[in-house]
Design a binder for this molecule. Structure first.
Ligand code: MN
Length: 314
């Protein structure tokens, strides 16, 4: 069975969900926004922006939704040439610093980025702790594993709070650039903790083309460019990315709890209809300034919440 993974914008994923409304499956995997079954293809969109197309029509469906470029899609029907930052085939056996982020597709809550170093000597320990692809773990498991992890491996955890996010976004910085800068910094922090200790490479769970990544970090003081690899589904490529992913999700969960508690509510994840309703409720209760510290205000949810509130006021 063929499968294709694409990175899609929040807007595209929303459009897809709407257009696939009649084909949505009642249950969707953890961490996903939706899952839909159409003839010859199962489509699952994740909060991370990854969209997985599976089945014999995977390629065609992916091309249909991938608004970025049809030339690229045409190319992909030819044998795929791995980009020059593809990890070596033995990567799973190497000592790697991995990084991943969470919260980019969620209206409420920050973006959290984690980097973690995992040496082959620790593979057994990490598997014992329960580290694996976080998409197969529920929140309770994530929290339990993360609490063990933070005592076991060198890591760095960065949180981009909403007010700062909104400020940078309003100045024109893309989410992609914010992510790139955070990944680079988290990775550098871990590298500093290794104090010259040997590592074989860096693996970033790929969220954009490597060349774009490097252009995003070009003004950073420290720029990691050596022994750096990019891979989609990095969690299943190396335990270091799986660990980073768990730490990032743990941090996101904690921040969501804190943010919710600060206004006596529970904030929903994702960017769906429940989020619009909650945002409208908060606008009504606390006024328009409240969202700046809680949400990524440029998401379409803000306008939808305002419209809901208008309607309510009638
Ligand atoms: Mn990721």
């Amino acid at each position: 069975m063929s499968h294709v993974v694409k990175m899609m914008s929040v807007d595209t994923i929303k459009k897809m969900e709407l257009s696939l409304k009649s084909s949505l499956t009642p249950t969707a995997p953890a961490g996903s926004v939706f899952s839909a079954k159409i003839p010859g293809c199962t489509i699952t969109a994740y909060k991370s922006g990854k969209v997985l197309f599976q089945g014999k029509n995977a390629e065609a469906e992916a091309v249909k939704w991938d608004g970025t470029a049809s030339p690229a899609a045409k190319k992909s029907s030819a044998p795929k040439k791995p980009h020059r930052f593809a990890p070596p085939s033995n990567i799973a056996d190497l000592a790697i610093i991995g990084s991943d982020e969470v919260g980019t597709g969620d209206y409420f809550g920050p973006i959290t980025v984690a980097a973690a170093f995992v040496h082959p000597d620790q593979f057994a320990l990490l598997k014992e702790i329960g580290v694996k692809d976080s998409k197969n773990l529920n929140d309770k498991q994530i929290i339990a594993i993360a609490k063990d992890l933070i005592h076991s491996i060198p890591y760095s955890l960065l949180i981009l709070h909403n007010d700062k996010y909104n400020q940078m976004q309003s100045k024109g910085m893309t989410q992609g650039k914010m992510k790139a800068i955070l990944h680079n910094r988290a990775l550098q922090n871990v590298l500093n903790k290794l104090e010259g200790g040997a590592y074989d490479g860096i693996l970033i769970d790929q969220f954009c083309e490597p060349d774009i990544y490097f252009s995003h970090i070009r003004n950073e003081r420290d720029q990691l460019r050596d022994k750096i690899y990019f891979s989609t589904k990095g969690e299943s490529v190396h335990l270091a990315v799986a660990a980073a992913s768990i730490l990032a999700r743990y941090s996101f969960l904690k921040e969501m709890d804190k943010l919710g508690a600060s206004i006596n509510t529970v904030l929903p994840k994702g960017a769906g209809a429940l989020v619009d309703v909650k945002a409208a409720e908060l606008l009504q209760k606390h006024g328009s300034a409240v969202l700046n510290n809680l949400a990524k205000t440029h998401f379409a949810n803000t306008k939808k919440a305002q419209a809901l509130l208008q309607k309510k006021k009638g």
